[in-house]
Design a binder for this molecule. Structure first.
Ligand code: DX5
Ligand code: ZN
Length: 219
């Protein structure tokens, strides 16, 4: 049985039709990736808690919230309380990542740690037992539709070796430029969880795009 998780990012969907976009990948996707940006941690601004709370009632898909925000200690647990399945925050924005992970689990979600383009993964490997997911950006966080950076897969390989050697229960997620032509390399490097925005919601048939991505990831 495959362990692959495909998480379409609604950043590439029509923001006036989020519920319909979620509905389009129910049954094909595993999770719905929700990119929260605050105009401070990244220069872009997207959606926040009220949208997540409303959208939670509009789809059965588990939410994979990716917080690109400056103050995750303050905000992250509220996404867990809003019903997110997983809440990921950025290592670069956190002074005590393990404390936030504990708060997330207490609030009822899984905890994810994200590593942006310019951050080496080595300094965070020892924290991974406190997390359920490690998100390795394959672009610079902030905008959809950017070109995949293959060199960043070295971080995925490093993390995969560490996770396997330590027998950790941890998903390794890639985010940014994941598409038909890049997903197999991500899987080969050791990722098992794949975010795809443009490749899914930019496609004529989002559900078919998810199925194609899954097949390519599974080789
Ligand atoms: C960007 C977001 C991504 C974005 C990916 O900072 O974290 O989730 O939606 O978009 P694509 O798949 O188009 O690169
Ligand atoms: Zn994301």
């Amino acid at each position: 049985m495959s362990n692959t998780v495909i998480a379409p990012s609604i950043l590439a969907a029509d923001f006036a039709r989020l519920a319909e976009s979620a509905g389009a990948v129910e049954g094909s996707a595993d999770w719905l990736h929700v990119d929260v940006m605050d105009y401070h941690f990244v220069p872009n601004l997207t959606i926040g808690l009220p949208v997540v709370q409303s959208l939670r009632k509009a789809t059965t898909l588990p939410f994979d919230c990716h917080l690109m925000i400056a103050d995750p200690a303050r905000w992250a647990p509220q996404y867990a309380e809003a019903g997110a399945y997983n809440v990921t925050f950025h290592a670069e924005a956190a002074t005590d990542p393990v404390a936030i992970a504990k708060d997330l689990r207490k609030a009822g979600s899984r905890a994810g740690l994200a590593i942006d383009r310019d951050t080496p993964v080595e300094g965070y490997l020892e924290l991974l037992p406190h997390f359920d997911l490690l998100l390795i950006m394959t672009i610079k966080a902030g905008f959809g539709g950017q070109a995949f950076i293959p060199e960043l897969l070295d971080k995925v390989r490093t993390a995969r070796r560490h996770v396997d050697a330590g027998h950790l229960e941890l998903r390794i997620e890639v985010d940014g430029g994941v598409a038909d032509d890049t997903i197999a390399a991500c899987a080969e490097a050791g990722a098992d969880t794949f975010v795809a925005g443009t490749a899914v919601f930019g496609a004529e048939d989002p559900a078919a795009a998810v199925r194609r991505l899954r097949a390519l990831a599974n080789g």
